[in-house]
Design a protein around this ligand. Structure first.
Ligand code: URA
Length: 234
């Protein structure tokens, strides 16, 4: 979550002062509704418009990042290296944010965009976009784990998880896991609840996008035509 005036200023089109003036003048819409509070906290994926024109709409950018461990999936976190710090200068002030989050120690596919409506749609719980993770665990994954995950686990704190898929790989210490939701630390919490703590986690698919394994960790590239088509035809 970030302040509304900061979100506008991040586009590079307005200074923070100009952004506050626009907001107070009632010209800024949040989720389609006018918002006059510069300090309002805004979800990174929430659509923001000025005079009805979506912010960032004149230059939508879609990047696939191979997130390395050690960077946080946010745009601004004091004392931390963020995924934006991995990008060039030209990508700093155009309102880019990660569509969804990976833990600091999780690697793999992260979509960075300034297209709020698209991110909103991909992340909406109603969209049930599949996310596939490669996992390594301490312990051996067995048929009971596969069944429990398939049935929908209830975690120790009462959190109910939707049915998911667990496909152990030869050796049973590694697997692919497919989730249709994105609760906090979900893979780790689900497998910890089975007594198989995660020792390594990497996202290999996000909806129709597959991690381009030719991208070294920390590298990124714009989505290609085929990938762009696939995210808009969800
Ligand atoms: N589940 C987790 O536990 N962590 C992630 O980063 C993503 C999914």
């Amino acid at each position: 979550m970030e302040r509304l005036d900061k979100r506008l200023a991040a586009t590079g089109k307005w200074s923070r002062k100009e952004a506050r003036e626009l907001i107070r003048a009632g010209r800024v819409q949040l989720d389609g509704v006018p918002c006059r509070a510069p300090e309002a906290k805004v979800d990174e994926a929430a659509p923001v418009s000025v005079d009805g024109v979506p912010v960032g709409a004149d230059r939508p950018v879609y990047l696939m990042l191979h997130k390395p461990a050690g960077v946080v999936s946010s745009t601004d976190e004091p004392g931390e290296r963020t995924v934006l710090d991995l990008l060039g200068e030209e990508y700093q002030n155009i309102g880019l944010f990660p569509a969804g989050r990976l833990d600091k120690d999780t690697e793999g596919l992260l979509l960075l965009t300034n297209d709020g409506p698209l991110a909103h749609q991909l992340l909406s719980p109603r969209s049930h976009v599949d996310k596939v993770y490669y996992v390594e665990v301490d312990g051996e994954l067995d048929g009971d784990d596969v069944e429990a995950v398939r049935a929908g686990l209830t975690l120790g704190d009462g959190t109910v998880c939707l049915p998911a898929e667990l496909e152990p790989l030869p050796g049973k210490r590694t697997a692919y896991m497919t989730l249709r939701e994105g609760k906090y630390h979900q893979v780790k919490r689900m497998l910890a609840s089975r007594g198989k703590p995660v020792t390594y986690l990497k996202r290999v698919k996000f909806g129709p996008l597959t991690l381009d394994e030719s991208l070294p960790k920390g590298a990124w590239r714009p989505l290609n035509e085929r990938e762009l088509e696939s995210i808009f035809c969800q």
